[in-house]
Design a protein around this ligand. Structure first.
Ligand code: TXA
Ligand code: MG
Length: 315
């Protein structure tokens, strides 16, 4: 979907003035503000009702910006950057002085990524500053993969929403920390773990081996308004009512009647399932069901990120 240059220039002016702009990335829509302006960043937390202990990702459009906001980049980081940026990979690196403590929740590190989306890159470039952006949803709710999702949940809170169409990946970036030259997975996401491990070797998983899990990664997250119940693929569902919705992985062979059934991917393709995940959860949730049953998906490739989101939505 084409976005005109004027729209991007106007949005960049708003960012420069300390405003809030929602913008598309390849993963999900972000709620952006000038990362180096604490007053602007504070508005993000306010709009989302996000707790201050949950740090933000800084989005950059070139390596100069990376150098500005970090303090020392290791060869391992450069290798990952060379292979995967722009793209759905966030790196947690030592932070530079200029990054406000509000962005990093007081941590000595900063999370950075270069999104693989022309609108996001142009917006950052014209703003002339890194853009701090969480997903553009109220804290704890489903992440937005269209401008419409953002409008429905947050319109009164934002200065401008750039409509760049549907996100091509559909789940948030994979987050890796590289402290002490040890690559550690903080959040599975849109870049497959198997791809990263080709470069880093086996990743340590946050929360295991005495490595604390990432701040802000609460057990309950990404949740629809309705209660979500995880089930095995093709498991029988007892007595669904006309208020029961079903999010299936592949084709649904059950004969019971549901309020609505959606298939994440008819071919059981995990990339397609990721693209549809939040869109379909939004669609089901807008029908105000009393329960959403969601089938588990296989735990490899993007299936790991999908299961992570479904488990948190069900918690
Ligand atoms: O794909 C994405 O990553 C999207 C788009 C908009 O870029 N953004 C996103 O942001 O998912 P958000 O705020 O929903 O998730 C950011 C998470 C935090 O919850 C935290 O777990 C981790 O990134 N994080 C940020 N800074 C960190 C740091 N310094 N150390 C460890 N984890 C950090
Ligand atoms: Mg989020």
């Amino acid at each position: 979907m084409r976005v005109s240059n004027d729209v991007i220039l106007n949005a960049a002016e708003l960012i420069k003035k300390g405003g809030l702009v929602a913008f598309p990335t390849e993963t999900v829509y972000g709620l952006g503000a000038d990362a180096l302006n604490p007053a602007a960043v504070a508005k993000i937390f306010e709009a989302k009702k996000r707790p201050f202990f949950d740090p933000l990702i800084c989005h950059i459009s070139d390596i100069e910006m990376l150098k500005k906001i970090t303090d020392g980049i290791t060869q391992q980081a450069l290798d990952l950057i060379g292979k995967f940026w722009p793209g759905p990979l966030t790196l947690v690196l030592p932070k530079a002085e200029c990054v406000p403590a509000l962005v990093t929740s007081g941590l000595p590190t900063v999370a950075v990524r270069m999104p693989d989306h022309p609108v996001a890159l142009e917006l950052i470039k014209h703003s002339g500053t890194p853009i701090a952006a969480p997903s553009a949803n109220p804290f704890g709710y489903l992440s937005p993969t269209t401008a419409e999702h953002v409008r429905k949940a947050l319109s009164g809170e934002i200065d401008y929403i750039i409509d760049g169409g549907k996100c091509s990946i559909g789940v948030e970036s994979t987050i890796i920390s590289l402290e002490n030259n040890k690559a550690c997975l903080l959040r599975p996401g849109g870049l497959e773990i198997e791809e990263i491990e080709k470069l880093t070797g086996k990743l340590t998983i946050a929360g295991s081996d005495c490595i604390p899990s990432a701040p802000g990664l609460l057990p309950s997250h990404y949740a629809p308004g309705a209660k979500l119940i995880l089930i095995e693929e093709n498991a029988e569902i007892q007595a669904p009512t006309d208020k029961t919705a079903l999010l299936n992985f592949g084709p649904n062979r059950r004969t019971n009647k549901f309020l609505k059934v959606l298939e994440l991917s008819h071919e059981r393709n995990l990339n397609e399932a990721a693209v549809n995940l939040f869109e379909y959860l939004h669609q089901l949730d807008y029908l105000s069901p009393d329960k959403i049953y969601a089938e588990k998906v296989p735990q490899h490739g993007l299936g790991i990120a999908i299961m992570n989101r479904l488990q948190k939505a069900a918690f």
